[in-house]
Design a protein around this ligand. Structure first.
Ligand code: AMP
Ligand code: ZN
Length: 450
């Protein structure tokens, strides 16, 4: 498997010794997630599903940014406590993910507000080792104290401009390039503050993720992910926190999804091209179509230009795929073995090239409708495997087999496709000992429970 690593700016062979440890920067829970956010989160779902599909165990952590300027300001506007306000959007976010069929079985969610102590400890350690200083309205990271700072994003530190490190101008740091770790309390923060050795206040965004990663992954990360806008300042600054202390890479691979555009423009409320999942449901699309479009519409590093027309087109493509699966389930054919999974897997292993992988499926569908005869039972089995990655296909016939007999049955389908009659007979007899009778007819294999 190969991934494009933003660190080396190269495609690299993926190497890991055991469980793949992944951290993803999660949503700021001050509003419903929009389809751009979802593109990045679905890229992460694709990454996790793919790793599991290729038998890697995965441990994934995603944070919820429930404390920052936006969550504070909006909760105050709505006269709601920060907790009630952010929980409402966290709940909506989880609902979106469930309806979009995310594989969440290896994911843990961390709320930034529940990790304030590790954040304070991290800042204390940075001050102690002279990487940070307490000045005026905050505690700041001194970027000039960490000589690798900025290599990741290719920054020219000499010429960094005001605001370049994502810090507002009214902050009293020593250098433009420094960034805030702890923001001291201001009247406008209302009742949102925590006590700290530097007086009451709250953590900066970069410190939040850095502390949560250190807290969850003592031995470092294999993969850190997010949207491309996070490379600088957020990931650059997270990385500086961890690496100046540990002298170890914070993550081996950094994977970034390119932004979703809408009608070839940045999505913004003022341009009227801003969509949440709900907006698309109101227009008559369903979660399956949205998932399929955002996850397979383009390679994660290519821009995806969202249009309603494009989403309609994908909806028809999915329908064609549904019809194909329905037909081969209801009226199976015997014919040449088509090695779909092998082609799909090869594409996926090249930096999750899902558009090429989908291209393989649609080539097969086109060949089938063009009159080619294939072994459709084998195709159906492979599509069931492939759907562990896609999470979007519909299979009409529910299985009457349990896990063990299903495995034997699957092996038999493959043996038959390869015309290995001896093995196929052996598996038929073995299935019989489990109380499952299989009978081959000219067009299909029928199964009966004895
Ligand atoms: P936020 O809720 O703003 O903290 O963003 C959550 C995730 O969505 C981050 O990984 C961002 O990089 C990503 N993101 C934000 N806007 C877009 C977009 N238009 N396209 C793709 N990803 C985005
Ligand atoms: Zn982060």
């Amino acid at each position: 498997m190969k991934f494009y690593n933003s660190l080396s700016k190269n495609l690299e062979v993926f190497i890991t010794d055991n469980t793949v440890k992944i951290y993803s920067c999660g949503p700021t829970v001050y509003d419903y997630a929009h389809i751009g956010n979802m593109r990045t989160f679905l890229f992460e779902d694709l990454l996790i599903r793919t790793l599991k599909y290729f038998s890697y165990p995965v441990k994934h952590v995603r944070n919820l940014t429930d404390i920052d300027d936006k969550t504070i300001n909006k909760s105050q506007e709505q006269k709601t406590s920060l907790k009630d306000f952010t929980e409402k959007y966290a709940k909506e976010f989880f609902k979106d993910l469930a309806q979009l069929n995310f594989d969440e079985t290896s994911t843990t969610y961390l709320r930034a507000t529940e990790y304030i102590d590790p954040m304070i400890n991290l800042i204390e350690e940075l001050i102690e080792k002279s990487f940070a200083y307490d000045k005026g309205d905050g505690v700041y990271f001194k970027t000039s104290s960490f000589k690798e700072y900025g290599n990741f994003a290719g920054l020219d530190l000499e010429n960094l401009q005001e605001g370049a490190a994502g810090v507002e101008g009214d902050y009293q740091k020593e250098d433009f390039g420094d960034f805030v770790l702890w923001k001291k309390y201001k009247e406008s923060d209302g009742d949102v503050f925590w006590d700290s050795p530097w007086g009451k206040g709250r953590p900066g965004w970069h410190t939040e993720c850095a502390a949560m990663v250190r807290n969850s992954f003592l031995e470092g990360l294999d993969i850190h992910t997010g949207g491309i806008d996070l490379l600088f300042p957020h990931h650059t600054n997270e990385k500086a926190h961890c690496e100046c202390l540990s002298h170890q890479p914070m993550a081996t691979y950094w994977l970034h999804a390119t932004h979703l555009l809408v009608d070839n423009k940045k999505m913004s409320k003022s341009l009227g091209n801003f969509y949440t999942i709900r907006d698309l449901l109101d227009k008559g699309f369903d979660h399956r179509n949205i998932r399929f479009y955002l996850q397979t519409g383009a390679h994660y590093r290519s821009p995806l230009n969202f249009t309603l027309e494009g989403l309609k087109g994908t909806t028809s493509a999915l329908k064609r795929l549904d019809n194909f699966i329905y037909e081969i389930s209801e009226t199976p054919q015997e014919g040449d073995r088509y090695f779909l999974k092998e082609k799909f897997d090869n594409a996926l292993q090249e930096d999750l090239n899902i558009s090429a992988a989908m291209g393989e499926i649609f080539s097969l569908v086109n060949a089938y409708y063009g009159g080619k005869i294939f072994d459709t039972n084998a195709i159906l089995l492979e599509l069931k495997e492939i759907d562990k990655v896609l999470g979007v296909l519909k299979f009409p016939k529910e299985n009457i087999l349990d896990e063990e007999t299903q495995k034997l049955f699957d092996l038999r389908v493959i043996a038959r496709a390869e015309k290995n009659w001896a093995e196929s007979d052996r598996l038929r007899d073995e299935l019989l000992t489990h109380g499952v009778e299989v009978r081959d007819t000219k067009d299909a294999t029928n199964i009966r429970k004895l």
